[in-house]
Design a protein around this ligand. Structure first.
Ligand code: HEM
Length: 369
């Protein structure tokens, strides 16, 4: 197994434990990547000022640089450092933090009525909820969710030519939609009032909220279903005590993270622990391995609903840490509550593989489920 294959391997956790035996960064000569797997190394990389989200010679991946998708990518807070990161972040973070969990649960409940397949529940529902909060009219939510999925396809190095073309079309379409008339209430109002530094950053980062929601939330909902079908005792327990659903989703996020790894690009010679890194080096940061580090979470291979002081690396650490964590957990928890009432939707969920990816762990349930 390689650290990239691990993301979609049936059970990568013993492999991660073996990597973690070394507290320091390891260099994988075959992949040409430094690997951070312990909680300490992961945290050190993600909080290091010289470890950046993009390589300095390629701020936008060459494959998308010349199209509409590349123009969105170039402005995303997720893909920038400095002012182009801090200004959008300062607008988005407090607006997301103010969202009320009960309100979100109500929106999820309402939109659940339009979900049919498990694919809808995993991919369409979370993006529709965020789009709804941003003022997208009800009749356009499923189109927006489809366009978002087309856009995120360009973010993977595994994307094919046709997917890159579809992503350009989707980025252009979403851009037009956000510059058109949306209901300027709810989440959108404080975002419009925020200081974006550059007004051209607003629309790409609204698309960014949808794209960041899409696959990670699908993975969170899907991996929770996988846990329940593998553990009938847990399913029975949750059915008896539905108040534990939030704890269930949080522990799944730790135990089987939908985002298994992220990357950082070294902008200048620096030391991390005992290792010296050079400008241009790349670090693969194994968030899912850090979640299972006993230094961060005692008895890490035990799935504990009521884990005291759960330490989550799945949402990142440091200046790019996910500002959508609370929202994502609220959406996934309510989706699960609804799914528990509709067992026929996921009756065959024991048959699954994973969507091809180098970093996402998203179950692909057999079609017809
Ligand atoms: C409502 C759903 C979500 C929204 C709106 C959202 C939004 C965002 C945004 C805007 C960022 C970029 C932050 C920055 O660069 O400063 C981000 C980063 C991140 N998100 Fe989320 N997210 C959502 C769901 C999730 C889920 C379910 C996970 C995984 C469990 C996740 C994991 C991450 C990680 C790991 C990062 C940091 C990546 C890095 O540092 O390289 N997100 N998220």
């Amino acid at each position: 197994m390689t650290p990239l294959q691990a993301a979609t391997h049936a059970d990568p956790y013993a492999y991660y434990a073996a990597l973690r035996r070394n507290d320091e960064l390891l260099f994988d000569a075959d992949l040409g990547l430094w690997i951070a797997s312990s909680a300490k190394a992961v945290e050190a990389v993600l909080t290091h000022p010289d470890c950046r989200v993009r390589p300095s010679h390629e701020p936008v991946p060459a494959a998308i640089a010349n199209g509409a998708a590349g123009q969105v990518f170039a402005r995303l807070m997720r893909m920038n450092e400095g002012v182009a990161h801090q200004c959008p972040r300062a607008a988005v973070e407090p607006a997301l933090a103010r969202l009320d969990a009960l309100h979100i649960a109500g929106v999820v409940r309402q939109l659940s009525a339009c979900m049919h397949s498990l694919d809808d529940w995993m991919f369409t529902l979370p993006v529709s909820v965020v789009a709804y909060l941003l003022g997208v009219p009800g009749e356009r939510l499923s189109t927006v969710a489809g366009l978002t999925r087309d856009f995120v396809a360009c973010l993977s190095p595994l994307s094919r030519e046709a997917q890159l073309r579809d992503a350009d079309a989707a980025a252009a379409h979403l851009g037009q939609m956000f510059s058109g008339v949306l209901e300027q209430t709810g989440l959108l109002k404080p975002l419009l009032d925020g200081d974006w530094g550059n007004p051209d950053a607003l629309t790409p980062n609204l698309i960014g909220l949808l794209s960041q929601t899409c696959e990670a939330s699908a993975g969170l909902i899907g991996n929770t279903l996988v846990t329940l079908v593998r553990r009938p005792d847990l399913l029975e327990h949750i059915q008896r005590v539905p108040a534990l659903v939030t704890a269930l989703v949080e522990e799944v996020a730790r135990y089987d993270s939908p985002v298994q790894n992220t990357r950082r690009f070294v902008a200048g010679r620096c030391s991390i622990g005992k290792r010296s890194l050079g400008k241009g080096d790349t670090v693969l940061v194994l968030l899912a391995a850090a979640n299972r580090d006993p230094e961060a979470n005692p008895d890490p291979d035990n799935f504990l609903l009521q884990r005291p002081l759960r330490r989550l690396f799945s949402f990142g650490v440091g200046r790019h840490q996910c500002p959508g964590q609370k929202l994502a957990l609220a959406i996934a928890s309510q989706a699960l509550r609804e799914l528990l009432r509709q067992p026929s939707v996921w009756a065959n969920a024991c048959q699954y593989g994973y969507w091809p990816s180098l970093n996402g762990r998203i179950p692909r349930f057999q079609s017809g489920v």
